[in-house]
Design a protein around this ligand. Structure first.
Ligand code: HDD
Length: 706
């Protein structure tokens, strides 16, 4: 559904600032780029009706030239993304920790633009790839843009930015044949990983259900690195950033993810778009973990090591504000594609730490925009513009938009009255936190980074049984696609250091002998380094389990925005259908009626009921639950309907039926007493079952033919 640029469900300072750039052709004449009215946009200029076409045709040439240049390079990573506008509001002043203006006043709404993404796939790749999700937030604050460029996992694969090109080369399609697309399940990725033991913690996350979210609206976000907050008195503390979705955290099954990729490759993008269009605005609470400066060395891991997290049980996450996404973009290219994030877009009161991954990122993001957007003037593109006016002596360059008036373009100057002038700290001028650094220049990694497995073990041990099974299955899948036996062996050897059951179950799935616990083959050091300095040095963690790491503990108290399939055919009993639908809609769920054909079906009383999708265009994998109203004789010999129900059962979804007539034709007939299967139950039970999201315990017991 296209929205006219002026139809704004919400307004904020950034949206108002964008307003003059919105263009609609409604009611207008068509013109060339020079404003000349066009009389014929359907025929090129020819010498006679049958040609040839004349070079003189400047209208044809302008149109084709522009078309030829419509594409820009896609992002080298995070190419596939979806964006939306919104607002952020802090709950109470954070002045105690930071002087950042947007974290002071609970009455102030700060406009934001958020872009979610997958990492490895190309721009047109599927949303449901097993992958990390990017979670980038641009806060348009009164003090300039602040970008929090994070992911949906709180740790990263590598400890030093110098390894990033290697990691990405390894995960991207292999260079000789550009296969596979948007998948880490291939030799080069696992080759690199198997030689990089620092990646083991992140591998546990990437193989977990976090890598296949049900919705972008149902995943957490993390700033990953430890940052600094600085308050007005100049006092600094360390801070980790979190986003917690109000809808809870949920994922799909791997089999389902693969099928969704075929049925609807835009599943996440469409889900986000439709939620916002229908007013079901996605929300996240913003959380912080604060570590006082004096506690820097208190933990059995280094705060500067991006492969480690601070367990929430040690430092609780303080929820300090809320972000709401309430407006879709008007134009994907102009906004989502051209938005340029950068961890170095800072505001006073927030600063970096010396995390070597973060330090390297601070170079990469401007550099990449130069090749992607083509000019150092990318900050002038409407979506990237700060709402705080920009004044400096940067000048010219490709596609400059601003017309800088006056004679001076340097500082100091007298001809321009000395302006633009520098701002004192008291006037909002940014100063870097004066951290003391007293060191030798070295190419090395800190010994405090050499614990490769403890937090991987903590993560695995903190998962519920179904979650652990999913990690095992994911590793069997991924390593099963690896052709080089030595890589598989190295990987399973590394898994023995995380958890021996994990390693032996993966080995069993691969048909390999279970290896003895092995020392990792770490190659992340220089040619003259002493390998002994780079060996694993396990550190005892203060806890054995962190419940916060398990998605099983996510709140399961709402069915808002859940998609419910209603299977029906002519002769359906219209009454219970109406009651169920009303109850589900009242809880904020969405219902789609699926029938053997489009158009309308007739209920038992002959009344016409509109059909939303036919079995041809629908699929169980794009729904969260299924309801079968009474009167389904018309579906008894419909193979698609039977497959739909079996597959819903296989993917552990809630299934409700007014009676078991149709269920008797399915695998579910043997499973009528299973949790999440409800026959003749009132809507309340079904609503509760949908809120549970999945009944994962079904998985291992069943051999569903779907
Ligand atoms: Fe990065 C994009 C997140 C490490 C270099 N990164 C990019 C995006 C996200 C992240 C979410 C997409 C931004 C958007 O939506 O436009 N990147 C991360 C996180 C990292 C990380 C959470 C580790 C904690 N990245 C990282 C390193 C480097 C880069 C170590 C290079 C040394 N990242 C880039 C980039 C990208 C990018 C090449 C590609 C497109 C862009 O920047 O704008 O500069």
């Amino acid at each position: 559904m296209a929205k006219k640029p002026t139809e704004s469900p919400s307004s904020n300072k950034k949206l108002d600032e964008l307003q003059p750039d919105l263009k609609s052709g409604a009611g207008q004449f068509m013109t060339t780029d020079q404003g000349l009215k066009i009389n014929d946009d359907n025929n090129s200029l020819k010498a006679g009706e049958r040609g040839a076409t004349l070079l003189e045709d400047f209208i044809l040439r302008e149109k084709i030239t522009h078309f030829d240049h419509e594409r820009i390079p896609e992002r080298i990573v995070h190419a596939r993304g979806s964006g939306a506008h919104g607002v952020f509001q802090v709950y109470e002043s954070m002045a105690k920790y930071t002087k950042a203006g947007f974290l002071q006043d609970p009455s102030v709404q700060t406009p934001v633009f958020v872009r979610f993404s997958t990492v490895a796939g190309f721009r047109g790749s599927t949303d449901l790839a097993r992958d990390v999700r990017g979670f980038s937030v641009k806060f348009y604050t009164e003090e300039g843009n602040y970008d929090l460029v994070g992911n949906n996992m709180p740790v990263f694969f590598i400890q030093d930015a110098i390894k990033f090109p290697d990691l990405i080369h390894a995960v991207k399609p292999e260079p000789h044949n550009e296969i596979p697309q948007a998948a880490s399940a291939h030799d080069t990725f696992w080759d690199f990983i198997s030689l990089t033991p620092e990646s083991m913690h992140m591998i546990m996350w990437a193989m977990s259900d976090r890598a296949i979210p049900r919705s972008l609206r149902m995943m957490e976000g993390f700033g990953i690195h430890t940052f600094r907050f600085i308050n007005a008195k100049g006092k600094s503390c360390f801070v980790k950033f979190h986003w917690k979705p109000l809808l809870g955290m949920h994922s799909v099954a791997w089999d389902e993810a693969q099928k969704i990729s075929g049925k609807n490759a835009d599943f996440h993008r469409q889900d986000l778009w439709e939620a916002i269009e229908t007013g079901a605005f996605p929300e996240w609470e913003f959380g912080i973990q604060i570590v006082p400066e004096e506690d820097e060395h208190k933990y059995p891991f280094d705060l500067l090591d991006p492969t480690k997290l601070i367990p929430e049980e040690l430092v609780p996450v303080m929820k300090i504000g809320k972000m709401t996404l309430n407006r879709n973009v008007d134009n994907f290219f102009a906004e989502t594609e051209q938005v340029a994030f950068h961890p170095g877009h800072l505001v006073p009161g927030i600063d970096f730490t010396n995390d070597p991954l973060l330090q390297g990122r601070l170079f990469s993001y401007t550099d990449t925009q130069l090749s992607r957007l083509g000019s150092p003037n990318f900050h002038e593109i409407p979506i990237n513009r700060s709402i705080n006016p920009v004044h400096n002596n940067q000048r010219d360059g490709h596609m400059r938009q601003q017309i800088n008036v006056g004679k001076s373009s340097y500082h100091p100057n007298s001809v321009g009255g000395g302006f633009p002038q520098q701002a004192k700290v008291s006037e909002g001028g940014f100063t870097t936190y004066e951290e003391r650094i007293d060191a030798r220049k070295v190419r090395a990694r800190s010994k405090s980074f050499m614990d490769f497995f403890s937090q991987a073990t903590l993560f695995f041990n903190s998962q519920s049984e179904p979650e652990q099974n999913h990690i095992i299955d994911a590793l069997r899948f991924e390593l099963g696609k690896v052709e080089t036996v030595a890589i598989r062996e190295r990987m399973v050897g590394l898994l023995t250091k995380i958890n021996t059951t994990l390693a032996s179950k993966v080995a069993e799935g691969l048909g390999m002998p279970v290896p003895k616990p092995q020392e990792p083959l770490n190659q992340s050091y220089g040619a003259d380094a002493n390998p002994a300095d780079y060996q694993d040095q396990p550190q005892k963690q203060s806890i054995d389990k962190s419940p916060a790491l398990s998605m099983a503990n996510s709140p399961k108290d709402t069915i808002k925005t859940r998609q419910i399939a209603v299977l029906a055919a002519d002769g359906v009993d219209g009454n219970p259908l109406k009651i169920m639908k009303t109850a589900l809609l009242a809880e904020g769920a969405q219902c789609k009626l699926i029938a053997p054909h489009g158009g309308f079906i007739k209920d038992a009383k002959g009344e016409a009921i509109p059909v939303d999708m036919s079995f041809l265009t629908a699929a169980s994998v794009i729904f969260d639950a299924v309801y079968i109203p009474a009167g389904t004789k018309g579906l008894l010999d419909n193979a698609d309907a039977i497959h739909f129900i079996n597959e819903s059962y296989r993917h552990c979804k809630a299934i409700a039926a007014d009676d078991d007539t149709l269920l008797q034709e399915t695998y579910v007939a043997k499973k009528l007493a299973t949790p999440g299967v409800l026959v003749g139950k009132i809507p309340k039970d079904f609503i509760h079952a949908i809120a549970q999201h999945r009944f994962w315990e079904r998985e291992k017991k069943d051999k569903v033919p779907a």
